[in-house]
Design a protein around this ligand. Structure first.
Ligand code: OKS
Ligand code: ZN
Length: 344
């Protein structure tokens, strides 16, 4: 197993997250990567690689250019405006306001380009997001070249990032960028299987009208779980994308047995759709000890998950998404990857 990571992902080091009405230290912190790396090395899961810099072109293949410019400039504009603290949106083009024009000042642009308020932008955020997508691209390039599985230790995560919106700790949609790259290099249909506790609304939105990417997600029921406004079972795709989006919302407390039975349905759909590559949005926030989630995986269950993923029988890239129980995040990721290795 080839493992990709970058020290530059440390540049994402926000101090604040708006959580339940309080500014707290962000759950999505640099220590996450340290702990995963440590366990990966201890368990000798695979060789570690730093990816090369792939530039902006693969980002612009799935994201809006004005959005990318906004992310590149946001922190500097925020500082130049003389604001204290980190850049946090506080007004949106909500239903009764105008959504047809992009405002000029950074405070207003933040709301235009944000889909939620928990994710502060601070110094280094853009550079870390660039490094994170490079990790994903390094991994997918490796798997495209060899057919062997790869793991990308992406951070910040990506699956909430939409065509022109950030939020849920995500800025660039790493899985979408990787999938688009696979298509550009000759794959015909890529499956993105999202096992993170939260619905991957951004990935869904980017590919919603396309049949060359099959998006399948198992997640906490959006009726009661972030991102609330996306992830329902009736979201099945549009136009030529109809049938190429499948959501499995599951109630808080869902047992691992039920979750695994649902995964089997997802894998059957991937087979049926004749995909030729698998990208896994790997969130380990389905762990029973996760501080912001409500599924019931034990560390041991993650090995079973890794093993099951091999049933797709496809060249596979696993990309890190969420997972915040920092004491256990490393072992949980290792277990998925070791399970995968055992399965093939
Ligand atoms: C704010 C809750 C924000 C949840 C963000 C979800 C992050 C995640 N109190 N996505 O997969 O793990
Ligand atoms: Zn998550």
């Amino acid at each position: 197993m080839h493992i990709f990571y970058s020290d530059k992902t440390r540049l994402r080091q926000a101090r604040t997250e708006l959580h339940d009405g309080v500014l707290v230290a962000p759950f999505e912190c640099p220590e996450r990567v340290d702990l995963v790396l440590k366990q990966l090395q201890q368990a000798a899961v695979g060789e570690l690689f730093e990816p090369r810099a792939f530039g902006l072109e693969p980002v612009l293949a799935v994201h809006d250019a004005d959005y990318v410019n906004f992310l590149a400039d946001c922190w500097h504009e925020w500082v130049a405006a003389g604001h204290e603290g980190e850049a946090i949106p506080n007004i949106w083009p909500a239903r009764t306001l105008r959504g047809d024009r992009i405002p000029r000042v950074v405070s207003a642009k933040l709301g235009y380009y944000a889909l939620a308020a928990e994710t502060s932008i601070s110094e280094g955020t853009f550079e870390a997001a660039m490094a994170s997508k490079d990790v994903a691209l390094g991994a997918v390039e490796q798997t495209l070249a060899t057919g062997e599985p790869s793991f990308g230790l992406c951070r910040p995560p990506g699956h909430h990032a939409a065509f022109d919106q950030f939020g849920g700790y995500c800025f660039f949609n790493n899985a979408a960028i990787a999938a688009q790259r696979a298509l550009a290099s000759g794959k015909r249909r890529v499956a993105i299987l999202d096992v993170d506790f939260h619905h991957g609304n951004g990935t869904q939105q980017i590919f919603y009208e396309r049949d060359d990417v099959l998006f399948i997600s198992l997640h906490g029921d959006p009726e009661v779980t972030f991102p609330y406004y996306s992830g329902y079972a009736d979201e099945t795709g549009r136009g030529s994308g109809e049938g190429f989006n499948t959501n499995y919302p599951l109630p808080p407390g869902t047992t691992v047995d039920t979750w695994m039975a649902t995964l089997d349905n997802a894998l059957a759909r991937i087979k049926e759709a004749q995909c030729d590559m698998l990208i896994v949005s790997l969130g380990v926030d389905i762990f029973e000890g996760d501080p912001i989630s409500a599924f019931t995986f034990t560390s041991g269950d993650f090995s079973l998950l890794g093993q099951r993923l091999t049933q797709a029988g496809l060249p596979t890239v696993l990309l890190m998404e969420g997972g915040y129980a920092v004491d256990d995040i490393g072992i949980n990721v290792v277990n998925v990857l070791q399970g995968f290795k055992q399965g093939i």
